[in-house]
Design a protein around this ligand. Structure first.
Ligand code: FE2
Length: 328
């Protein structure tokens, strides 16, 4: 079957067209347009305006790339949550209109579960602990008894948000992540900063405040090194405990922060010591994009999941562990 997936949870409006060739994810098109802000921070209303403005253009580009017409599509899927309300709405409205006008089935799917399933499909891992690290999200996820359980997560800001905010205070451009990553490897001295793991959960705002207060008092590279070291070590600690608890042997990183060499290096070391395998999807697939809902749409539809248009309201706070996983 061929699915057209629409992603609009935050700053990106994406459309991907995917088919399932012998159960494998076959990418026919993956187009998107993103809002980029110099000052940082996303204004929900402006995201909706952007997504509405680019929806038709991105959809047309995807169809052209796939060399298909709407009549060739078997399913329209979209990310139903979690995300920023007005941004989600823009994608949902587009998906509903496409489904109704072309008489196609509609399926709203969870964004975080989308990250997990496309990551598995593109790397070939089977039953991983998933480290989902992005601007807004930081979750350590794994499948257990019919659901993707969240073993640990941030109690305040996403780890990407921490990096962006600190980078902005240092006067770096956006996105700051890659520059901070480069600085990490130039750091020579560890500067004492908070390290906050509470049970299996993480908190980054104290680390952020303390690091910002030390700007101008320490070398930039040393501060970047120390901030990243603590943030990533916190993620590695919780991931390792999730691996130990579940006895899983695979670790999958996804989300925008998966681009960080420093994070990958730390997780690789931990995986080597535990004799686990580390998987990282191609970077474009780690980011928010239409592949997430497109592939999860196919997976769920084939498992028998259906949705009426009148039941397709978005859910800004939809939890990863609220989804019944009936396809594994
Ligand atoms: Fe995401």
């Amino acid at each position: 079957m061929i699915c057209c997936g629409i992603e609009s949870t935050a700053h990106s409006f994406g459309v991907a067209i995917v088919s399932d060739k012998r159960g494998k994810c076959n990418i026919l098109a993956n187009e998107k347009h993103s809002v980029i802000t110099k000052q940082g921070g996303l204004i929900p209303r402006e995201l909706a305006v952007h997504h509405q403005k680019y929806a038709v253009r991105v959809l047309k580009e995807a169809l052209k790339k796939a060399n298909l017409e709407l009549k060739d599509i078997d399913l329209i899927s979209f990310s139903i949550g979690p995300g920023i309300g007005p941004a989600l709405q823009a994608g949902a409205v587009t998906a509903r209109a496409l489904a109704l006008a072309n008489n196609k089935p509609l399926l709203g799917v969870n964004h975080c579960v989308g990250h997990v399933e496309i990551g598995k499909a593109l790397t070939g891992c089977k039953d991983p602990i998933v480290v989902y690290v992005s601007g807004a999200n930081t979750q350590i996820i794994g499948y257990e008894k019919g659901k993707y359980r969240v073993y640990g997560e941030t109690l305040d800001i996403g780890i990407g948000n921490l990096l962006d905010t600190f980078g902005r205070k240092l006067g770096l451009g956006f996105p700051a992540g890659p520059i901070l990553d480069g600085m990490y490897f130039k750091g020579k001295k560890y500067v004492e900063l908070p390290y906050t793991v509470k049970g299996m959960d993480l908190a980054f705002s104290g680390l952020q405040t303390a690091a910002v207060q030390k700007i101008g008092k320490e070398r930039k590279e040393d501060l970047a090194y120390s901030l990243l070291h603590n943030a990533f070590a916190m993620v590695a600690e919780v991931s390792e405990r999730a691996l130990a608890h579940t006895e899983k042997k695979e670790l999958l990183i996804t989300g925008g922060v998966a681009a960080s060499k420093a994070l990958r290096q730390m997780l690789q070391k931990m995986c080597d010591e535990r004799k686990c395998r580390l998987f990282v999807p191609p970077f474009a697939a780690c980011l928010d994009n239409g592949l997430l809902p497109a592939w999860l749409g196919i997976v769920e539809y084939k498992a028998g999941n259906r949705m009426k248009v009148e039941e397709s309201a978005v859910d800004q706070r939809q939890r990863t562990d609220s989804i019944e996983v009936n396809w594994l």
